[in-house]
Design a protein around this ligand. Structure first.
Ligand code: FES
Ligand code: FES
Length: 166
């Protein structure tokens, strides 16, 4: 499998080893968090890059590591390049869009997927708010910082409307 652009494996894993434990315990990629452990909060979500050029997020806490065999994924550690933060990472910081930060990697991954989707398929400005709310649906923040996350991704989109909006 490929993780953050780097090939891993082949490795042998137990059938019951979750992807969350594989990332955190075997690879030391602890930016991916373990929250509910039940597929309900998405704090553990990573990006899966599909062969057709699209991407989506997947929880890792309830998914076996073996099912990621052959896939290309990105974790929160894979966003910045040579220490240069992405526009979304900078916006999260500018908006102080996190409190304890436990849910942040999941929101960042989802927000990045949204930006990449809109760059391919822009939406009307009038539909932007619903698009953002729908994109983050399922991500729970126990610190209730939803508004700041929405504000942060909205700012990135509005800073480059020709790219993300029709
Ligand atoms: S920790 Fe995976 S969905 Fe909550
Ligand atoms: S910032 Fe604490 S859980 Fe979201």
């Amino acid at each position: 499998m490929k993780i953050n652009g780097r090939a891993y494996g082949p490795v042998t894993v137990r059938d019951e080893l979750t992807m969350n434990d594989f990332l955190r315990e075997r690879l030391g990629l602890t930016g991916t968090k373990f929250g509910c452990g039940a597929g309900q909060c998405l704090s553990c979500a990573v990006i899966i890059d599909d062969p057709d050029g699209t991407s989506h997020t997947s929880p890792t806490c309830i998914v076996p590591a073996a099912s990621f065999n052959g896939k290309s994924i990105r974790t929160v550690e894979g966003h910045a390049t040579n220490g240069e933060l992405t526009a979304l990472q900078r916006s999260f910081i500018d908006h102080f869009a996190f409190q304890c930060g436990y849910c942040t990697a999941g929101f960042l991954n989802e927000g990045q997927v949204l930006l990449e989707r809109l760059a391919k398929t822009p939406v009307a400005r009038a539909d932007l708010e619903k698009t953002i709310v729908d994109a983050f649906d399922g991500h729970l923040c126990r610190c209730t910082g939803y508004f700041k996350y929405h504000e942060a991704v909205r700012d990135v989109i509005l800073a480059d409307p020709g790219r993300y909006l029709t």
